[in-house]
Design a protein around this ligand. Structure first.
Ligand code: GLU
Length: 469
């Protein structure tokens, strides 16, 4: 805040499986940091020790790595910073800007219902705000209590980098809790202390946090920090059914996207489009282009759509343009059955196979089924029954004699001539004879991948299977 360094943060709470919406926030912050030559820090918001779990922190870290997002230094853990928050709270208590609240849950619930009845906002009624400071102090030594921030009555304005001037009547906020009676400090105080102390220049986060922003600005001011970060609230994400994306929606957990076989660059691209577009409206983009074109001003106010068909489409295109090497390494976890057999092939053959197959799939979880017929021959039922309509046997016999020919086109010319067929009548049986399937990569690639010996043995099996009525 005091210098001009651009510093953003991703501040997830490790209280459940990582959500795609959270990762959209990470992606936008990281892109912005890259674009502005700034820093991106990772802050794990785990003040609520009971709800936080190491496995979720691990997932956050692994998922960021998976996406190719790195951060500055070590992650910050709020659970290790409680002494700092407590010190700030002590200062605020001394200044009477924070006060103990002795209201119990039943009272608060009654207040809430009464407010609802009168059509008032469900904010704290301020009962304990009036207790004199010395009396409050004495009672708090013996009575259970939370601590509340005393919200000054005013009209607060700040400029949101996406939505422009935002004005809030603080009377609608109510004195909010900074430390629960259990002793846990709340998100709002921890986040404002940290954003200020970590020199965060821009807070980019989902619009569901927009109601927290005035609270955090007020607290930073009360704690004596000068100014506050620039805030930018990203639009809400809607699922395919038109409701806010939440964990009950299909593939909304980030782990699902990894498990379902999307490439990291496709997921990154997909998330970057959740509320932002390039000037030329390009859809498929590499990360470099996204960074080059990104501005907060181009982030939309309109809801973003979590359209999984678009993700499939993007993934297909990224697969098409990715190196076979990369597809092979990212695809490795999806090759459960045939992994070792694939490894046994010379490297260039592995790459040949993957580069042929990646054009036919939309997701990496389809890779194994696509590669399998190259490693084991069997004539599938669809191919078997289609052969009835073709002069499959004549083509098979001609192909058996042509298997030694290295050049694909010459071999096909020979087969065509010998069997007296061309076009589909030629290619379908050849495909079935060599791959055992009617679909798959270009025939030329299949032919060239197989050695003459493999071709012969496959065609032999094919003819034998055709003979078995
Ligand atoms: N821990 C909060 C969350 O995960 C962070 C919100 C913020 O960015 O301030 O929603």
């Amino acid at each position: 805040m005091t210098n001009n360094e651009i510093r953003v943060r991703f501040a997830p709470s490790p209280t459940g499986p990582l959500h795609a919406g959270n990762m959209r926030t990470a992606v936008f912050n990281w892109i912005f940091a890259k674009k502005m030559n700034g820093k991106f820090v990772l802050r794990i918001e785990d003040t609520d020790v009971e709800r936080s779990a190491d496995e979720h922190t691990r997932e956050i870290i692994d998922s960021l790595h998976w996406l190719g997002i790195g951060w500055e230094g070590e992650p910050y853990y709020q659970s290790k910073r409680t002494a700092i928050y407590e010190e700030k709270i002590t200062d605020l208590l001394a200044k009477n800007l924070v006060y103990p609240c002795f209201c119990n849950d039943e009272q608060l619930e009654m207040d809430r219902k009464a407010a609802e009845k009168k059509g008032r906002p469900p904010v704290y009624v301020g009962r304990c705000a009036k207790i004199p400071q010395d009396e409050a102090q004495k009672r708090s030594a013996v009575e259970p209590h939370s601590l509340r921030f005393r919200v000054p009555a005013e009209t607060l304005s700040y400029t949101d980098a996406i939505r422009g001037e935002v004005t809030v009547n603080t009377g609608l906020i109510g004195d909010f809790i900074v430390r629960r009676s259990s002793g846990v400090v709340t998100y709002n105080i921890a986040a404002s202390v940290d954003d200020a102390m970590m020199g965060i220049s821009h807070v980019i986060r989902g619009e569901d946090h927009i109601s927290n922003t005035p609270k955090q600005i007020l607290m930073m001011r009360a704690m004596g920090f000068s100014g506050h970060p620039i805030y930018a609230h990203l639009p809400i994400i809607l699922a395919e059914d038109g409701t806010k994306l939440s964990k009950r929606h299909r593939n909304s957990s980030f782990g699902d996207l990894i498990r379902d076989g999307y490439l990291p660059e496709a997921v990154f691209n997909f998330l970057a489009l959740m509320g932002w577009r390039a000037e030329d409206n390009a859809e498929e983009m590499q990360v470099e282009k996204i960074i080059a074109e990104f501005t907060l001003e181009r982030v939309s106010l309109r809801a973003a759509h979590y359209d999984l068909q678009k993700l499939d489409w993007l993934n297909k295109h990224h697969l098409l343009h990715a190196d076979a090497d990369r597809v092979l390494s990212v695809g490795r976890p999806f090759l459960k059955k045939i992994g070792p057999e694939l490894d046994a092939l010379p490297r260039e053959k592995q790459l040949l196979l993957v580069s042929a197959e990646k054009e036919n799939i939309s997701r990496l979880d389809e890779l194994e089924a696509g590669l399998e017929p190259f490693l084991h021959y069997s004539l599938d039922a669809e191919a078997r029954s289609a052969m009835a309509e073709h002069q499959a046997e004549a083509v098979g016999r001609a192909l058996l004699s042509a298997c030694e020919i290295a050049d694909y086109q010459s071999a096909m010319d020979d087969v065509s001539c010998a069997a007296g067929v061309k076009g589909k009548k030629l290619f379908m049986p050849v495909r079935a004879a060599l791959l055992g399937r009617l679909k798959g990569p270009e025939l030329k690639k299949i032919y060239e991948f197989l050695t003459p010996g493999e071709r012969k043995s496959r065609v032999g099996t094919f003819l034998k299977l055709l003979g078995e009525k």
